[in-house]
Design a protein around this ligand. Structure first.
Ligand code: UD1
Length: 349
């Protein structure tokens, strides 16, 4: 699937642009012909990913602004300094467990930064806003796969709650702007993998919370054994089902969404899209697929269920496929091979 290049030169601000998703999105935007301004406070990422983005794109001139989106003056300044047509907001905390322990830190950071982006975008006028939401807003769904019309459920963590709240804040702000602001909410399922160049990927600090970094770190010998949380779920093999989406496929969805906004193709002022594959994969299947495709063992054992986990969730991506023209293309095997190449790159192997 080729991304249609943007017709006119447009500038996109990517907040949290050095993070896992932000860095891959920056690459895809640049390759589609956008000018990108990257902004980050490096609270949970490493400058090496910015260097990786420059290497992949062959561009030395990508502006990088070190700033905190909770600082309204700094946010106003970046909107004044660059001709921003669209902003993609990633800058947020994302560890579910930490958010339960430190709710105020999560609410303060994730809400304030987004309020500041909207404030500055509103003052400037004519800015399109893309918010990175999550399938977490569906909670434990009554039926799968979930469409964008599946009712949202109360979040099981302050982190999840900030996603639901930011969705509502964007909707209300777009509505009140009378057409001056447009917004798209992308609800991601489980982004995994790394860029095929192995120059950028996920860089979790400390012990990973998410499954794939835990798998790759176990395979490389950094962790002793992967715990599979629960094998007594009402699924075929007893482990949870998720919709694992390749990070490059996910990044390309942002290019489709931004182009839809800047080219005035939106059908509503605030739109929502599920970004997933439509393919459920169990934890055990994922571990087995990783071992098979990479020819490496992942020592694992079954452990009790993890609090807050849902049994099964995967996307119905029809709306994104048909309305945006975007579709996930990579197989789970390709994605797991890329994740392993990145882990080996980190280990210097
Ligand atoms: C979580 C968040 C989601 C967020 C996503 C980011 C919730 C409930 N979930 O999704 O909002 O967008 O991370 O990637 O808010 N697992 C193990 N062993 C491990 C780690 C995970 O068995 O060491 C299992 C989990 O029980 C789960 C699956 O792997 O069944 C996926 O877990 P994870 O990668 O953490 O993602 P989610 O919890 O689905």
């Amino acid at each position: 699937m080729t991304v249609i290049p943007v017709k006119m030169k447009k500038t996109v601000l990517v907040s949290g642009g050095v993070g896992f998703i932000g860095s891959h999105v920056t690459v895809e935007l640049i390759e589609a012909g956008y000018d990108v301004v990257v902004a980050d406070n490096f609270s949970n990422c490493d400058r090496t990913c910015y260097e990786g983005v420059k290497k992949i794109t062959g561009r030395e001139d990508i502006p990088l602004v070190e700033m905190d989106f909770c600082d309204l003056a700094a946010v106003r300044k970046i909107f004044a300094d660059y001709p921003i047509d669209a902003v993609i907001h990633f800058a947020a905390f994302k560890a579910v467990g930490e958010s339960v322990a430190k709710p105020l830190m999560y609410y303060r950071n994730n809400l304030t930064s987004f309020l500041n982006v909207l404030e500055a975008a509103q003052e400037k006028g004519g800015v399109n806003v893309l918010f990175s939401s999550s399938a977490t807003v569906y909670g434990e769904p009554d039926a799968v796969p979930v469409t964008e019309n599946t009712p949202r459920k109360p979040a099981t963590s302050p982190y999840g709650n900030t996603k639901t709240m930011c969705e509502d804040i964007l909707r209300d702000t777009v509505k009140a702007s009378g057409g001056a602001l447009k917004g798209i909410l992308l609800r991601y399922f489980n982004p995994i993998g790394a860029h095929p160049s192995a120059l950028i990927g996920e860089l979790p600090r400390g012990v990973p919370n998410n499954l794939v970094p835990y798998i790759t770190q176990t395979a490389v010998g950094k962790r002793e054994c992967l715990s599979i949380f629960g094998n007594d779920y009402p699924t075929e093999d007893g482990t949870c089902l998720r919709d694992y989406i390749d990070i490059v496929d996910l990044a390309k969805a942002h290019v489709f969404a931004v182009t839809r906004m800047v080219e005035g193709k939106m059908k509503q002022d605030c739109e929502v899209f599920n970004i997933g594959t439509g393919r459920p994969v169990s934890v055990l299947e994922l571990v087995n697929a990783f071992e098979k495709v990479n020819g490496v063992k992942v020592p694992h054992k079954f452990a009790p269920r993890r609090a807050g986990d849902v049994t099964a969730i995967w996307a119905d991506p029809t709306l994104a496929n048909e309305e945006m023209g975007w579709k996930a293309t990579r197989s789970v095997e390709e994605t797991l091979a890329a994740a392993w190449a990145w882990e080996k790159h980190l280990a210097g192997k």
